[in-house]
Every structure is written in C-alpha cells, then in structure tokens.
Design a protein around this ligand. Sequence first.
Ligand SMILES: [Zn+2]
Length: 113
Amino acid sequence: MIRTVKLGIADHIDCAHFLPGHPKCGQLHGHTYRIELVIEGEKGPDGMVLDFDEIKSGLRAVIREYDHRSLNDFLEYPSVENICDLLRSKLEPQMRFPFTLRVWEGAGKWAEG
Ligand SMILES: [Zn+2]
C-alpha cells in the first residue's frame, strides 16, 4: 500500500469586494482572505513530499496578483466559492500533487475546493 502524507501551508491576502445585488454584501467592503493549501503525496528519499518553500512560493506567485485589489476586477460575482475556484484554476497548472484549497473570508467562513 502506498502511504501518502498531507502537507499544508497558509497565507493571506487583503481584498475589497462587493456582491452585486446582494442585500448585505452589495456594498463595497473588505476582507482578509486566509488561504490554506494542502497537498498530498509520497515522501521522497529525502523524507519530504515537497519543500515548504516551494509550496509557499508557488501559492504566493498566484495570490499576489489579488492582494490589495478589488476582486470585482477579476470576477463578476466574487463570492468565496468563486474566489476559491479562480485560485484553484490558477494553481492547477503548476501543481505536481493533488491538492485542496480552502479560502477563508474573514473569520468563521470558508469555501474549499
Ligand atoms: Zn464580503
């Protein structure tokens, strides 16, 4: 049986957004989005799946584009589900392992995909 290990990192971005037509979230406001990336793979001969630095820099390269920006510049309806999908689609081409992305919108709310 092949045994895999999960590795996770977290980073964050600060963004503005509004949800067009939404009674509460239709006004421009901001969140800190905590982004957790978990990869899963087999350890190599060096005892590691992947160097943490490599995971961190890969995620940073994707999310930096959105930091201190309005997410409405990138998405028509920047719900946390759509933000998660967007970031996932940007990460997919560079990931060598299966991964899960969890995006927190402030404290206590997240989407995962
Ligand atoms: Zn919001």
